[in-house]
Every structure is written in structure tokens, then in C-alpha cells.
Design a protein. Sequence first.
Length: 336
Amino acid sequence: MGSSNKKKKEKKKDFQKAKLKVGKAKPKASNFTDTSFKSKSVVVNQQTLSTEGSDPIEQFKSNLSLAVTGKSDNQRRDALAYVANQISAKPPNNPIGTAGLLTKLLPLLSDGSAAVRTQLLKLFRILPPSEVKPHVEKILMYVRGGMTHLSNDIRSDTLNILEWLLEVAGDETVSCPGGWLKTLNSFSSMLGWNPSVGSAMTTKGWTLAAKTTLGSTKGPEARTRQIQVLARFLQVGFKAEDPAPHDPTAYWDNIYRLPRAPNPFAYLNLFGTPRDEDSEMYPDRTSRQRIFDMKWRIAISAGMEGAKKEGGAVGRAASALDRALTEGHGSQDAGL
């Protein structure tokens, strides 16, 4: 009897010890930090989220650098938007000038982000046309690279840049070194209208032109856009020149007065590298018509007739191209 009571008392003690262990807190680690305190303010030394009072020139250069080197598409797009806002401000804030701006931003014509390319076009439209005209040759180098890019989207956006350039500096675009023939070569690559193919189609009876553009996956929509811009390019190149008003002092001014145009003797290429036929300047309508008839009329006419047979939007664009060719040839006959 006594032994059973003793066992019951021992079990009761063991149960009480186990009960105490269950409610006991886990021991704290040696690197424990107490974060239960509350603070009314947090002070961060040498950092600020405000741009007020900072140098606007440094802000402009910082955003311009971010537009080119930013890793994120949104970063580059937002930086371009900031630069565009600064240029359109009154007075405008452009500490590096249009020449420096174009040098930095022209590589973005082939940027992989459509949002960046769209914002770039918006920025270019803000630039003063008078400051763009002296740099048309440099812009066209990047435009031709974009026109032959493997990405169909980049090629389409590059055509938007070319249209803008024809609007603000059309005469300079078709008359600068390489501006006429090299750009036609790029259109040939986009459309598949090769001069040798065009001549073969007329001499050997071929009736089918290339119906796929370079790397194109959008089909008729891309072809329509390319033919439309080609027609616009030819319209500018074949535009009739306005006759100069009679000036009795023009003869003596031409002899004695210093020219005011930038690089007025560029067509002589006195100090540049020797140019081939494609890189030559064709400064007037007559010279452009002559070299076009010699190298491109057969190929483009053959490709245009093939596009007309496709009908739809492509056929309508080809009809607009036909009108541009007819008007250009008519203006040539009128000038003869």
C-alpha cells in the first residue's frame, strides 16, 4: 500500500516538471538583436530623394548617359523623356547641343525596346530643323543600318525616322553624300527589288518578283509601309526645283561674297576620301533622275508591277509609287 502511494507521488512530480518545460521560452541566440524599440524618425546621412537645387546641367548629362547605358528598358525610356522635356522647355536646356545629342542617341535607333524607339522619335521631332540639317549624313548612316536590321519592328520604326528626316531636311537627305543611291540600296534590300533581278525579269521573261521582305514576319503590312516610304523618298528626290528669283547682284555676289552655308564646297570633296558612285552627292533633281534611270528604274518598275498584282494595301501603295515615278519622269521631261 505504501509503495503504491510513493509511485503515484513520483509520477505527479514528473508530470509537473514536464508541464514546466512546455511553457519555457527558447534560449536566445548569441547574435540576437532586440528590435522591439520604436523610433520617431530615421536619419540617413548624405542621401536625398529630392532633385531641387541640384545643377540642371548635371541632371541633363546624367539622364542622357542613363538613356544610352541604362540596363532597364523603362530607365532608358524615362531618361529620354526627361531629355525631351528639357529640350522643349522655355528656354530650352541642352548644354551639349544638337550635334552632341545626336552622337549619343543615334545608336538607339536599333534599341531592342519598342518603347525606347518610340520615345526617341518623339525627342527627334522636338529638335530644331535648322540644327538637324548639317548632320543629315550622319543620321542617314544609322537609318540605313536600321533599314536592313534583322528585326522587322526595328526596320518599321527606322522608316518613321526616315519620314521625319524627309519632313525637316528633305533636300539635304537626298543630296548629301550617299543619301540618294545608298538609301535606294537599302530599300532594295528591304523589298527584294534587286537591279539584276529586275533586268532579268524584263529580258528573260520572268514574271514573279520577290514577295518577302528581309526577315519579315508581318507580310503585307510591312511591305505596304516600305513601299509608301519609298514613294515619299522618290517624291522628295524628284521634286521640281523652284527657280531662283532674278537678282542683278547675284553674279558679283557669287564671285566676291563669302558663302554662308555650312561646308558650301562639300560637293567638290577636296579633302575627303575618294567616293564611289553610291557615295557621291547628287545635289540637283536632274542628276538624281539620271542615275536613277540608269541603275534603278527597271528594278523598281518591275517590283512595283508585281506589287500591284497582289492587290489590297500593297497594291494601293504600289499605285502611289507609280504616281511618284510618273511625276518624277514628267518633271524631268519638263526640265529638258
